[in-house]
Write a protein that binds this ligand. Structure first.
Ligand SMILES: C[S@@+](CC[C@H](N)C(=O)[O-])C[C@H]1O[C@@H](n2cnc3c(N)ncnc32)[C@H](O)[C@@H]1O
Ligand SMILES: [Mg+2]
Length: 250
């Protein structure tokens, strides 16, 4: 057994504290989490489409993800967990910030959507032998203390034949200009200090970590902001925001 005081962890306490302090803001579409709310249409459509295709589900079904066990790592207030549960998936949302999982659970209950929330980490879940058809790490990779351990733990939880999707920020000059200077200082979309550019992860690094975890990357796509329409869309440009899909061959 590992000594919990010295076991390696992906948790950066200052990051988790910062998100916990914002817990009341999760479901306010015009509040400090507004960027995540603006992301939601494009990433939910992407997830629905890729999951339906991968698991050969009926695209017209109301609950096409019925029977799939899904983990949303770093779920925050459950902005993704809830709609995915509505699509029929059996969702476990985890976050090391207990305030987040409490807010998330309250919101799910009020909405009448069954989601199981746990205040824990990917490494603890993986170590406990938890396995899922779908593993999500959306907008969390750039906040962890140890990317290799984080991705390795997430990958371990993917069942054979299962899928992992990650969304994060690339470490480029452009992401410094747009995601830090633009979003935090000029536009004020995000509270200052939300992101630490040095913790951003390049697609090559993310792909290598996924492959080290036994996964095969099947798709990479950029996500870009469209100022007309105040919305986001998929793009070949991965220089700032991007998503990566990988599977564990059956
Ligand atoms: C930007 S939010 C994203 C929330 C959600 N995934 C979404 O996209 O709506 C990042 C979340 O990751 C959580 N987090 C930070 N460090 C983590 C870690 N090491 N493992 C899992 N989650 C973590 C934070 O508490 C926060 O809720
Ligand atoms: Mg982020």
């Amino acid at each position: 057994m590992q000594d919990t005081a010295t076991a390696p962890t992906t948790v950066d306490p200052s990051e988790v504290e910062r998100f916990a302090a914002l817990a009341a803001e999760w479901w306010n579409p015009r509040g400090k989490m507004r960027v995540l709310h603006r992301f939601n249409p494009v990433r939910l459509a992407f997830l629905r489409e890729r999951l339906v295709t991968h698991f050969a589900r009926d695209p017209k079904a109301i609950r096409p993800l019925e029977g799939l066990r899904l983990i949303d790592i770093g779920c925050g207030g459950g902005l993704l967990s809830e709609p995915l549960a509505r699509m029929g998936a059996s969702v476990v949302g985890i976050d090391p910030a207990e305030r987040n999982t409490r807010i998330a659970a309250l919101h799910a209950e009020e909405s009448g959507v069954p989601v199981e929330y746990r205040a824990t980490t990917a490494e603890a879940m993986a170590e406990a032998g938890e396995r899922f058809d779908v593993v999500l790490a959306m907008e969390v990779v750039e906040h962890v203390a140890d990317v290799s351990l984080f991705i390795e733990s997430a990958a371990r939880m993917v069942k054979p034949g299962g899928l992992m999707v990650a969304a994060t920020l690339n470490r480029t000059k452009r992401s410094f200009a747009l995601a830090i200077v633009g979003a935090e200082y000029v536009l004020g979309w995000l509270p200052r200090g939300t992101h630490d550019w040095s913790k951003f992860v390049t697609p090559e690094e993310l792909q290598a970590a996924m492959e080290a975890g036994g996964l095969a990357v099947v798709e990479r796509t950029g996500v870009v902001f469209n100022p007309l329409g105040d919305s986001w869309r998929l793009s070949g440009d991965m220089s700032v925001n991007y998503m990566m899909v990988a599977d564990r061959p059956a």
